[in-house]
Design a protein around this ligand. Structure first.
Ligand code: URA
Length: 232
């Protein structure tokens, strides 16, 4: 990659600001001053800008309050990627640990630690996810027991794992599941003949979104929150 582009990708500098820094002679590549913006940087090049080593990004663990009309994808498609909401260098290296549909809001976890993301999403790890759902029709009386027993989703082998349903009202519920199949919550209510008209993820394992972040805001996870996903 060109040195000026590399400087922009690791910092908040624009291309013209990066060129000015190069011209001032404050950029070192492997210990030598480099002024050429087209100088080729490889993965092994150690770049120092004004005394600060670049490219050394500590592993990040974040929570984001996803608004509607953002995609849990690393690239923009019909809707913008949630990564647009995270104003950090090298944000494109963040992985999304458990996707939400474009019309679902709530807790999304992001990290560049692939193993940690796997811990959150792997069905074998049984990390719970709690959703608040609003329904088109009043919930049937036997919904709680049907979800504990498991329901048959369209085009899936076997029943869903036991899930805990708490009725807030006949059309508002909290549902805790330990799987993350495609559109799982919407399909579980469809299996009861109902329809989800609003969906919000409140918690993943012991990590709660709470009400401190407005839609679109993010924060770093505490060490205890990061470690909580290993808690079983
Ligand atoms: N289940 C769904 O149906 N949609 C989501 O976004 C998350 C879980």
């Amino acid at each position: 990659m060109r040195l000026d582009k590399y400087l922009c990708s690791c910092t908040d500098l624009t291309r013209s600001m990066a060129k000015k820094m190069l011209h001032k002679g404050v950029v070192l590549c492997d210990g030598e001053v480099v002024k050429d913006p087209g100088f080729k940087v490889t993965d092994d090049t150690q770049v120092v800008l004004d005394g600060t080593p670049l490219g050394v990004v500590a592993t990040r663990y974040l929570m984001l309050h996803k608004p509607v009309d953002y995609l849990c994808s690393n690239v923009d498609e019909l809707y913008p990627s949630v990564l647009n909401l995270v104003d950090l260098p090298k944000r494109e290296t963040l992985r999304i640990a458990g996707r939400l549909d474009v019309d679902t809001t709530g807790l999304v976890l992001l990290s560049d630690d692939g193993q940690w993301c796997h811990q959150v999403t792997s069905p074998r790890r049984q990390c719970s996810k709690r959703y608040r759902a609003w329904l088109a029709d009043p919930l049937v009386a036997e919904a709680e027991s049907r979800f504990v027993e498991g329901v048959q989703l369209h085009n899936e082998d076997g029943l869903t794992r036991p899930a805990v349903l708490k009725r807030i009202s006949d059309t508002e519920v909290l549902l805790t599941i330990e799987e993350g199949k495609y559109h799982q919550v919407k399909r579980m209510f469809a299996a009861l003949g109902n329809k989800v008209v609003g969906l919000h993820r409140e918690a993943i394992g012991g990590i709660e979104l709470g009400d401190e972040l407005a839609p679109g805001e993010w924060r770093e996870l505490s060490e205890a929150e990061v470690q909580s996903v290993y808690g079983g």
